[in-house]
Write a new protein. Structure first.
Length: 403
């Protein structure tokens, strides 16, 4: 054992004490934020003017829709039959210490015809990509950035959802009375993977992604991304903005940047939601969402108690505006998320299955590396890893076999 646990015992106890103290401070902030949520439950023109001015200064927060901020909307009954398509993805990032520079994306999906009695249908879509010529973006040592790989993984997930939704709708003969829903694990908006991209790259990636959402819209299949234990504070930032005692024209970027740095995540202020209920609709004010809006696919968010143990679990749900604007579509998404989460005790079952299908295990990764090395040797290449990788492998074998 190289990690001497006895040497971190004191630090573990200090961490526990610090977290306990932080929790007490958090409770006080939650009471304050809950009061603010009720005070500004009906956003007026003055608050919306503040939001417009803050956005012009680069503020990122939640823009309310047309429902009260304190809304708690119950899930409608689940239809007797509905087809659910769920997808998730995983990846192997490029390793510059490996014998070849490549990456792998594995997207897994499951088609579950709820109420039909048919067994769920699994599907896998592995993709291996590599530097094909000298004109590729990047350098010889790192032609692909990790963020680029992650963005493509998210794109391939929604592309697979769109293709399967089209096939399922075609199988019904185009009957729009047959309900179909598509679910993605994680955010629907390509936000986390595009921060380091240029504005041109951001718009290009968003347009590719929006094209897939448009395919789902064309076949009348509502799509949603579900985020378990979300950490964002977009609604909290909205409440802090509303609390600022000055008119919109007097807002300054510095005070906006300093807002609520120690505030809790949004999910905690929606503790009043009962199992099955969702919050009001909001819109992320990020400029990336502006790109989605320009492509006709602005992304809306809401929080939802999907149930589970105790008082339930509160997750964030992201949907395109055309889903948010249709009460039947958003209600169907809500009903399915709630129903599927009862199977696993707080997380949608179909997404859990999709993750199982997508995950790349350590033995699979090792086998793939072996396949790559054999193929390289067959073409006359030197398939040795870097010296650093060689010594890491050697030390790992020594620990494993006790040498």
């Amino acid at each position: 054992m190289t990690l001497e646990l006895n040497q971190v015992t004191r630090q573990v106890h200090e961490m526990a004490e610090s977290l306990a103290a932080r929790q007490k401070r958090l409770v006080a902030r939650l009471d304050e934020l809950h009061d603010l949520l009720h005070r500004y439950a009906e956003p007026d023109d003055a608050l919306r003017a503040k939001i417009r001015q803050a956005r012009a200064l680069g503020w990122i927060g939640a823009e309310p829709g047309h429902e009260p901020l304190t809304a708690a909307i119950p899930a409608p009954p689940l239809p007797p039959q509905v087809s659910i398509i769920a997808a998730d993805g995983s990846q192997i990032h490029p390793d510059r210490h490996a014998a070849a520079l490549y990456y792998v994306i594995n997207v897994g999906s499951i088609l579950y015809r709820c109420g039909s009695g048919a067994a769920p249908e699994p599907f896998h879509q592995p993709i291996l990509d590599y530097q094909k010529d000298e004109d590729e973006t990047g350098t010889d040592d790192q032609p692909f950035l990790a963020a680029d790989v992650d963005a493509r993984r998210d794109l391939e997930e929604v592309r697979l959802l769109a293709a399967q939704a089209e096939a399922e709708r075609a199988a019904t003969g185009g009957d729009l009375d047959v309900r179909i829903v598509a679910l993605a694990d994680g955010p629907l908006m390509l936000l986390r993977t595009l921060y380091e991209a240029t504005r041109q790259e951001q718009r290009q990636q968003v347009n590719h992604h929006a094209d897939q959402l448009a395919r789902l819209q064309a076949v009348h299949v509502p799509v949603a991304g579900y985020i378990d234990r979300p950490g964002s504070s977009l609604v909290v930032r909205l409440l802090r903005l509303a609390q600022l005692d000055k008119p919109a024209e007097e807002l300054e970027s510095q005070e906006l940047r300093a807002q609520g740095r120690n505030d809790p995540p949004d999910r905690l202020i929606f503790h009043f939601l009962k199992p099955g209920e969702r919050s009001a609709l909001f819109y992320n004010t990020s400029r990336i969402n502006d790109d989605y809006e320009a492509a006709g696919q602005r992304i809306a968010i809401f929080y939802m108690n999907v149930g589970g143990g105790g008082k339930g679990q509160t997750g964030r749900v992201e949907v395109p505006h055309w889903v948010a604007a249709d009460p039947a579509m958003i209600g169907l998404v809500q009903a399915i998320l709630y129903d599927q989460s009862q199977v696993t005790g707080g997380y949608p079952y179909v997404l859990a299955r999709a993750h199982e299908l997508a995950v790349i295990t350590a033995p699979e990764r090792a086998k793939l590396e072996e396949m790559v090395n054999i193929a390289l040797i067959g073409q006359g290449f030197d398939a040795r890893p870097s010296e650093k990788a060689h010594w890491k492998q050697l030390s790992s074998r020594k620990r494993r076999f006790g040498r």
